[in-house]
Design a protein around this ligand. Structure first.
Ligand code: X2X
Length: 342
């Protein structure tokens, strides 16, 4: 009897101290899922890994984010990513606007053909009023935009011939993402677009099912060694591909204010690093990325100003019809930011 009563307070104390820390993180899950469309070895996948690592370190493991690469959370169907993010299947994403733009029309702004001339134009848009408006729009739809990362300008590669003017596009079979504006643009250029998920695309290049594709040089074409399939590359900056680092609103709200701040900061840092990595070697005077393509046997064609004007004219109908879907007001604001950046 005496023995039992002396040990009782000890158990109460033990129970108390063990419960306190677990109560404080009671709402946190053991694992948060982060979706990425491409593999972990690409700079895009590595940007997500870097973010997860920074968050894990700075929250002492309270927030454990696991990256699910290669569209694995949406069974390969990359254009479903926004839907599964909104539903909470993916808590976090590092996502291309291309894959979300069939769900959110406004994101087609970045897919307007030959609209963004250079990186300064992109930064002026994402870091200005338009970037904020897109953030507000995403928030309304259930996700919080934490930072802008980057895939890069999308450049054409093919196995048939050098492409320098719109006439050279005639009849080329080009793989594109299953996003309608890409089909429209390729058709306007006289090409034959085939839509395909990224997971299937690489096999299609290998088997020569398509003649060509379009993706960023440093972020995708070099890491997948596109020269194994395509000898010709056209540097035409036809579409820009920013990435959005996002978190589901409800998931964000479940974190303490201190942890939310850690997440915001980590996102900014990881995205900034990731953007620098994918731009390296692409902007004069450092054009080493193109040298690497040449060393691997590719013929690099830079589209000059005259040809760019021809490409713009050839796709003007696409630009006009999609401007209506995106919202003329948003496109005009982006145009003003681009003009001011020049
Ligand atoms: O599918 C593509 O081409 C990729 C990997 O660049 C995107 O997800 C937009």
């Amino acid at each position: 009897m005496t023995h039992r009563s002396s040990i009782f307070p000890f158990f109460v104390a033990l129970l108390f101290f063990c419960t306190i820390p677990s109560l404080a993180i009671a709402d946190y899950k053991d694992e948060y899922k982060m979706s990425v469309v491409v593999g972990s070895k690409l700079p895009w996948g590595q940007g997500a890994e870097r973010f997860a690592e920074l968050v894990r370190e700075r929250t002492d493991g309270r927030i454990n984010i696991k990256v699910y690469p290669s569209s694995s959370l949406m069974a390969g169907k990359q254009t479903n990513e926004f839907l599964i993010h909104r539903q909470g299947v993916a808590d976090f994403c590092l996502a291309s606007t291309i894959n979300w733009s069939s769900s959110i029309q406004e994101l087609n702004l970045f897919n307007l053909p030959f609209f963004f001339p250079d990186y300064a134009a992109l930064d002026a848009v994402t870091e200005g009023e338009v970037g904020d408006e897109i953030g507000a729009l995403l928030a309304e739809k259930g996700v919080t935009l934490l930072a802008w990362g980057e895939n890069g300008f999308r450049e054409l590669t093919n196995s048939r011939r050098p492409v320098a003017t719109p006439a050279d596009m005639e009849g080329l079979k080009i793989r594109v993402v299953g996003t309608p504006i890409f089909i429209d643009t390729m058709k306007a250029l006289g090409a034959n677009p085939v839509n395909m998920n990224w997971g299937d695309a690489q096999v299609a290049f290998q088997q020569g099912v398509v003649d060509g594709q379009e993706n960023p040089v440093v972020a995708i074409e070099i890491p997948v060694k596109i020269w194994q399939f395509h000898q010709y590359i056209t540097v035409w900056h036809y579409v820009i591909d920013p990435l959005m680092l996002t978190v589901n609103n409800k998931v964000m709200a479940s974190f303490s204010e201190q942890d939310q701040e850690i997440i915001r900061q980590a996102a900014q840092e990881a995205a900034l690093e990731q953007r620098a990595i994918v731009r390296k070697g692409l902007i004069a005077p450092d054009l080493s990325a193109f040298d690497l393509l040449r060393e691997n046997g590719m013929e690099v064609t830079f589209v000059d100003d005259t040809a760019r004007t021809q490409f713009i004219e050839k796709t003007m109908g696409v630009r006009q019809s999609w401007t209506e879907k995106i919202g003329a007001d948003l496109v005009a604001k982006a145009q003003a930011a681009i003009d001011a950046s020049r």
